[in-house]
Design a protein around this ligand. Sequence first.
Ligand SMILES: Nc1ncnc2c1ncn2[C@@H]1O[C@H](COP(=O)(O)OP(=O)(O)OP(=O)(O)O)[C@@H](O)[C@H]1O
Length: 739
Amino acid sequence: MAGSSTTSVASGVTTRTNSLKRKAATQENIGAELQQPPRKLAAIAEADTNQPLRPSKTAPNSTNLNGAGTGPSKLGRGPPPLTKPRAPTLSTSTSTNAVRRTTRATSAPPKTAPVRPPARPMSRTTTRPGTSTANDERFDSIQQQIARIEAARAADAARLDAELAQERAKRSDLQASHEALSRELTNAKTQEIAQRQELFIASDELNNLRQRHEREISELQADLRRKDRELRELNEDLRICQADLERERDTVKSLKATIAQQATSQLSLTAQLGALQAEKAAVQAEFDRTCGTKADLAIQLERAHKRIADLEREAREGESVRRKLHNMVQELKGNIRVFVRVRPVLRSDIITTTFNLSGGSFGAITDGTGSPDPEEEARMREEAMAPIAFPDKMDHREIVLRASSESATGQERKDEWQFTFDRVFEPHSTQAEVFEEISQLAQSCTDGYNVCVFAYGQTGSGKSFTMEGGSVRSSSSTANHVVTQPIGQSDVTAGMIPRAVEQVFRVADDLRSKGWQYKMEGQFLEIYNETINDLLGKGEFDKKKHEIKHDPKTGRTTVTDVNVVPLASATQVRTLLAVAQGRRTVAATLMNERSSRSHSVFTLRIRGENALTGESCEGSLNLVDLAGSERLEKSGAAGDRERLKETQNINKSLSALGDVIAALGEKGEGKSDKHIPYRNSKLTYLLQNSLSGNSKTLMFLNLSPLATHLHESLCSLRFATKVNNTTIGTAKKQTKHIP
Ligand SMILES: Nc1ncnc2c1ncn2[C@@H]1O[C@H](COP(=O)(O)OP(=O)(O)OP(=O)(O)O)[C@@H](O)[C@H]1O
């Protein structure tokens, strides 16, 4: 069987495996059946070995001696059924005894059944005399019957014995054949186990074969996919190659066309070449002619260079003349010139004025949402402004203040004050317009003059804005703020100090081409409560004692223990200004929330040498931002000791300045022995050399445009008029020739 299964594997593994399984199952059933002993034989064996044959209990009346059921026995043909009724007493016991005897007869050799003596008739005495003969006859017939039955039984017993012997012989045959079959079964089982092992081995082999086969199939499939891919790539290559080929064919076609064209154009080029060669010959002839003129031109160029050098020298001389004339003009304008500048009305002014007028409410100029109503704001602006007029629209030199008041008699009195200065700037004037007027003055210091520009006016009138500018001032609240950008178009609020410094550096740069080399250095001081503080220093304010020293020989003013910083560029100066501003003492007053309660003095010293002309010069530019000039009761400082002291010191130094200017004026008018009280304040003593007749001085009078400040403005204008009318002498240039 194993052999046939293996053959089947070769033809179809899966089908064969199933059939093998089915066959194995059939074998198993056969084996199981073989293991079962034959039922009939077992029954016989059991009956033989375990118990003697007995009649079945289920058939008490049966004459079947082998007890195999109720049907007719194979062994006995049994006595025919009794046709006559038996005596009740005998029939019962006889039948019972007969059965019992029959049963015994199966296990013991048959005996001749003892014939029992007939039972004594019980009712003979009582029987009637007519019936006794009949009973005897019946009794005899019964006994005969019994005898017949006994005889039949004996015959049956003999027959049964014979049959039993036969059966036993059969049984031993059957046992023999059973043993033979058992041996066969054992052999069959052994064979089956062997076949099963073979089957398992074959099944393992089959599994291995199947796995290998699956592996081979998957490898073949991968191979197939790879081949497919390669085929696709080859197809793609082929397509590209075909496209390339097409293109190449097109190229070849167009190249052929080009070659044909080239051949045509070559012909025309050859013709052109001939023409060009003829032209070249003509140009060569022209070139030869030009070479001849080149030598003439070189001579002319040399002459032109000489002429340029002459013109440059003339320009330098012209520059010197221009400087002389410029300074003459400046001198003719007067030594102390006064510019008046009225600042515009600020929104904060309107708010303050409205607040004061409305008795402490901002609602008047707001539209309810907090933002100002433009029309209302314009009206309030008009209302807040003092009646100031600028009648001179040509030269911008006049300013008129008007005021109406009630006289003692109740009549309206109209007052008007007219002032004339060197220049009056209206509120809309820009920083650039203002600087244009002083740029010439700032430039003078590069010519060796001492220049002093100071801003005078009440607190909040715009002094710092004019001198330092809006952006510098506003950004200077942080000491570390560094201004690195030069003044550009965007920096429209840059003030006079950064603009003047930039101008000086620009002029110095321009003059470099004329042989001038400049060295500059700067210092920035503050005078607060008659104490000098170094705004560029590192030490704490009011701690170091700085002394002012004047050198009568050189006319140079120095201050001890202050930082004098060499300046390389205007940008660096602006950085210094920002640092200095952060250190300025700013205290709050009622007049201006950012009021500067000190004078600040920026000094730029410039020394120049001209290697070409052998000249040297030394000038200085002092730019002074004075502290507010308001009167004590207006400043709101009366109740504060510290503020009071500040205001007194400010007023003292400002009146000292007025005294010095007045004394200088008197001296200029001929009182040569007039004492000039420079020492009355630190400010006048520091500016001594810049205020004396040896310098060019300009005062900016800054005015507030507000009606509420009209009186302060009038006082300032009167002071400025005095200064403007003062002649302090002719400014002298500090130049010399380098030996
Ligand atoms: N010409 C102007 N244009 C616009 N705003 C100006 C002008 N002049 C001054 N201001 C503004 O007015 C305010 C007061 O000006 P500023 O601080 O320069 O006054 P000040 O006279 O220097 O005051 P203080 O004496 O307290 O230093 C500032 O907010 C400033 O920006």
